[in-house]
Design a protein around this ligand. Structure first.
Ligand code: ADE
Length: 251
């Protein structure tokens, strides 16, 4: 079967850089979303901005699968670090996704996905390994060649790759209290964002293999908003473009 790769991104600017890589492009608009269909190299793909939050990302992921028949789905974006040892510029590739704001107690246990009998959704091991190799290639090439000398200096970039759990919720986490609360309940979680676990649930239900790639833009504390804004413009867009190019070369 010919593969048709879905690529979703959480930031419009970030995904614009990816859209620019496509050749033989067609743009399809559905539900206030723009899906760009085309090729990167010889690989067929569909690229879209997920929009923010779990509901928005659910709509976009469902459309990608149902309307565009993607065979694999990569989600790319930024996240706030929860785990010690993660620093701005590091990259986390998902092992499992969890919704940190899901709580239907006392009917079922905290974080459990209703009617799915699980808290975590596993990302696809092959796509996760492939994303890991793509990130390793990027790191080996040196991020300076991707974002430029100034950004490397400004954000003190020396990226490392991590595989681990990612938590999603409809909140931008920007306090130590909130960050510590999530970590105390879900100690294996590496980082926090607002879409990945929703996309994971969609992919689970449709049987579509997926993985999530998140670059750390902030440490989910009181500085998160400032760090996040600067990081998106100066680093995240270029990182995403480079990671997608690496992935497509390996498919
Ligand atoms: N995406 C990037 N940083 C984030 C944060 N601190 N909280 C939620 N989503 C994020």
């Amino acid at each position: 079967m010919t593969r048709n790769i879905g690529i979703l991104g959480a930031m419009a600017q970030e995904i614009d850089e990816v859209k620019a890589l496509l050749t033989e492009k067609t743009v399809v608009k559905i539900a206030n979303r723009e899906f760009v269909v085309g090729k990167i190299g010889n690989v067929r793909c569909v690229v879209a901005f997920s929009k923010w939050g779990k509901v928005a990302a659910t709509i976009t992921a469902t459309l990608l699968i149902q309307e565009f028949a993607v065979t694999d789905l990569f989600f790319i974006g930024t996240a706030g670090a929860l785990a010690d040892g993660l620093k701005v510029g590091d990259i986390v590739v998902s092992k499992r996704l969890v919704q940190h704001d899901l709580d239907a107690r006392p009917i079922i246990s905290r974080f459990e996905l209703p009617l799915l009998n699980r808290v975590y959704v596993d990302s696809d091991p092959d796509l996760t390994a492939l994303a890991g190799r793509a990130v390793t290639n990027l790191i080996n090439k040196g991020v300076e060649s991707i974002v430029g000398k100034e950004a490397v200096k400004e954000f003190n970039l020396n990226p490392t790759l991590h595989f681990g759990d990612i938590a999603s919720g409809d909140q931008f986490i920007n306090s130590v209290e909130k960050r510590d609360e999530i970590l105390s309940l879900l100690p294996d979680v590496q980082c926090v964002e607002m879409e990945g676990a929703a996309v994971a649930q969609v992919c689970l239900e449709f049987g579509t293999p997926f993985t999530v790639i998140r670059t750390i833009s902030d440490t989910a504390d009181h500085n998160a908003r400032v760090d996040f804004g600067k990081f998106i413009v100066k680093v995240a867009n270029a990182y995403s473009r480079a990671i997608v190019l690496e992935i497509m070369q390996m498919i």
